[in-house]
Ligand binder design. Structure first.
Ligand code: 5AD
Ligand code: SF4
Length: 457
C-alpha cells in the first residue's frame, strides 16, 4: 500500500511542492513511482490559474475514481490550488476522494496518508474523506526537502509563499494566501545542501520574488531583502548559476538591476510578465505600471547586460480588450523582442475582481490574437537562436534528452535548450558547446574538445 504517484499540473511552484511532498513521503517509507498504474496512491497536485487546468485535473480525478470503485484500497488525493479553491465542492462532486489537501498543508500529506491507510486496513467502515484546507502559520517554512536519490543538477527553491497583489484576473491570492517569506539563513542552508549534493543551478521561486521579505526584513544599504538574498546565494560555493521567477515590474528597482552588473552567477535571463501592452487594460487588470515604465526597466536591464534574454507572460482577451488595445500589445511585444513567452487566453476565475466583467471577447478573437503573438515570438526566437550558430557557449548538462541515442540536454546561461551527442559523464557538468543548427526552441551542437578546436582553426 505504499507506492505513490504524484501528478503535477501548473507552475514551477507546484513542481517544487510536489518534489517536497515526495521527499517527505520517502522519509516516511513510501516509495515513489513514475506512473499511476504502478501506484497504490495517486495524488494530483493541481492548478487553478485557468479553468482549463482545473478541468484537466477534474477529468483525471473522475477517471481515477472509477478505479477506486473497483479497488477500494486504492487511494486518491487532490492537493494544491484547486483543492484550496474548490475544497468541499470537490468532495461533493467526487465522493470517492480520500484526501483534499490545501496549499498550506502539503507537509501534512504523509500523516494523512498514514492514517488513511491505517483506517483502511482496520475492520471499520470506509473512512471519510480527509479535508485539510486551513491556513497555517509558517507554512512557507515547510517546503524545504528535496528528493535526493538522483542528482538534481538544477533545483527550484521556494523562498516565499502567497501574493499580496490584486491583479483583477488572478486567483492566486485566494489559492495561495498572503505573502510570507522564509528566513534568509534557512534558504541559504537549503541551497548549500543542494550544492553539496551536486546542484549547480538554482531558481528562486515566489509569486512575486522581488517582494521577498519586504515586510519582514529591513533594507540594508538601500538594498531590498531580495537583493540581500541574491548576494548570499551568490556566495555559495558550487552554485554557478542563479535564476528567479517571477518578478513584478513594481518593485523592480535599480538595486536589483545593478545586481546584473556585479553578480556574475546571476544568469542573463529574466522572466518578466508584461500581461498587456495597453495602459488602459493594465489599469483594468490592476497592474500598477504603464507600458513605458515596463519598457524602461527592460532598457536599463539591457544597458547592464546587452545580451539579456527576456521572457514574458501575456493574457489576450481580457474583458474590454479592443482591437486598439491588442494592437498596442502586439506592437510592444514585437518591439521589445521577447525570446520566450507564455501566452494565455483570458479565463474567468471565481471571486476575482474581474469576474463580474464576464468574458466578452470571443474565443475566435482570443485565438486570433494568440496566434499573432505566437508568430512574432517564433520569428524572434528563431532569429536569436540562429545568431548563435557558429558560436561557442558554456552549457550545463541536465540529463538525457527525451529522444535520440546518446543525446543529452543542457541549457545556456540565457536558458536556451541545447541538445548534444555526449556521454552520461557530462550530466551535472559545464562544457563548451559549438552550435551547429537551430530551431526556434532548440540549439543543436557539438562538444568543443579542448585543444582540438585550436588545432583545426
Ligand atoms: N486567465 C488567463 N491567464 C491568466 N494568468 C493568470 N490568471 C489568468 C487568467 N484568469 C496568467 C498570467 C500569469 C500566468 C501565471 O498566468 O499571465 O502571469
Ligand atoms: Fe501555480 Fe497559480 Fe496555478 Fe496555483 S494557480 S498552480 S500558483 S499558476
Amino acid at each position: 500500500m505504499n507506492r505513490v504517484y504524484i501528478k503535477t499540473y501548473g507552475c514551477q511552484m507546484n513542481e517544487r511542492d510536489s518534489d517536497a511532498v515526495a521527499a517527505m513521503l520517502r522519509g516516511k517509507g513510501y516509495s515513489l513511482v513514475d506512473n499511476e498504474f504502478d501506484a497504490d496512491v495517486v495524488l494530483l497536485n493541481t492548478c487553478s490559474v485557468r479553468d482549463q487546468a482545473e478541468q484537466k485535473a477534474i477529468g483525471k480525478a473522475g477517471h481515477l475514481a472509477k478505479r477506486k470503485r473497483k479497488d477500494p484500497n486504492f487511494i486518491l488525493g487532490i492537493m494544491g490550488c484547486m483543492a484550496q479553491n474548490r475544497g468541499d465542492e470537490l468532495v461533493d462532486k467526487l465522493p470517492d476522494l480520500d484526501l483534499v489537501v490545501g496549499t498550506q498543508k502539503f507537509h501534512r500529506v504523509p500523516e494523512h496518508l498514514d492514517s488513511m491507510i491505517a483506517t483502511l486496513q482496520g475492520q471499520g467502515p470506509r473512512p471519510d474523506t480527509i479535508v485539510d484546507l486551513a491556513e497555517e502559520l509558517d507554512s512557507q517554512n515547510t517546503i524545504k526537502s528535496h528528493v535526493d536519490d538522483k542528482l538534481q543538477v538544477t533545483a527550484f527553491v521556494s523562498i516565499m509563499q502567497g501574493c499580496n497583489m490584486k491583479c483583477s484576473y488572478c486567483i492566486v491570492p485566494k489559492t495561495r494566501g498572503a505573502e510570507r517569506a522564509r528566513p534568509m539563513d534557512e534558504i541559504v542552508k537549503e541551497i548549500k545542501e543542494l550544492a553539496a549534493k551536486g546542484t549547480r543551478e538554482v531558481t528562486l521561486l515566489g509569486q512575486i520574488v522581488n517582494q521577498y521579505g519586504i515586510r519582514e526584513f529591513p533594507f540594508v544599504d538601500k538594498k531590498s531583502p531580495f537583493v540581500q538574498l541574491l548576494e548570499k546565494v551568490h556566495e555559495i560555493e558550487g552554485i554557478e548559476r542563479i535564476r528567479f521567477t517571477s518578478p513584478h515590474p513594481v518593485g523592480f528597482k535599480d538595486d536589483l538591476i545593478e545586481c546584473y552588473g556585479r553578480l556574475p552567477k546571476l544568469c542573463e535571463y529574466l522572466h518578466f510578465p508584461m500581461q498587456s501592452g495597453s495602459d488602459r487594460i493594465l489599469k483594468a487588470m490592476r497592474r500598477p505600471y504603464s507600458i513605458e515604465k515596463f519598457r524602461s526597466i527592460i532598457k536599463k536591464m539591457r544597458a547592464v547586460r546587452p545580451d539579456m534574454y527576456i521572457s514574458t507572460d501575456v493574457i489576450v482577451g481580457f474583458p474590454g480588450e479592443t482591437e486598439e488595445d491588442f494592437e498596442l500589445t502586439r506592437k510592444h511585444f514585437e518591439e521589445i523582442g521577447f525570446d520566450m513567452a507564455y501566452l494565455f487566453k483570458y479565463s474567468v476565475r471565481p471571486d476575482t475582481t474581474a469576474e463580474p466583467l464576464g468574458d466578452p471577447v470571443t474565443k475566435e478573437q482570443k485565438e486570433e490574437r494568440n496566434q499573432i503573438l505566437l508568430e512574432i515570438l517564433g520569428k524572434r526566437s528563431l532569429e536569436r537562436n540562429q545568431a548563435l550558430v557558429g558560436t561557442v557557449e558554456e552549457v550545463l548538462f541536465e540529463g538525457p534528452a527525451k529522444k535520440g541515442e546518446n543525446m543529452f540536454l543542457g541549457r545556456t546561461r540565457g536558458n536556451r535548450v541545447v541538445l548534444v551527442k555526449a556521454s552520461p559523464r557530462l550530466v551535472g557538468q559545464f562544457a563548451p558547446v559549438k552550435f551547429e543548427r537551430a530551431t526556434a526552441s532548440t540549439l543543436f551542437g557539438e562538444l568543443v574538445l579542448e585543444g582540438v578546436e585550436a588545432q583545426s582553426a
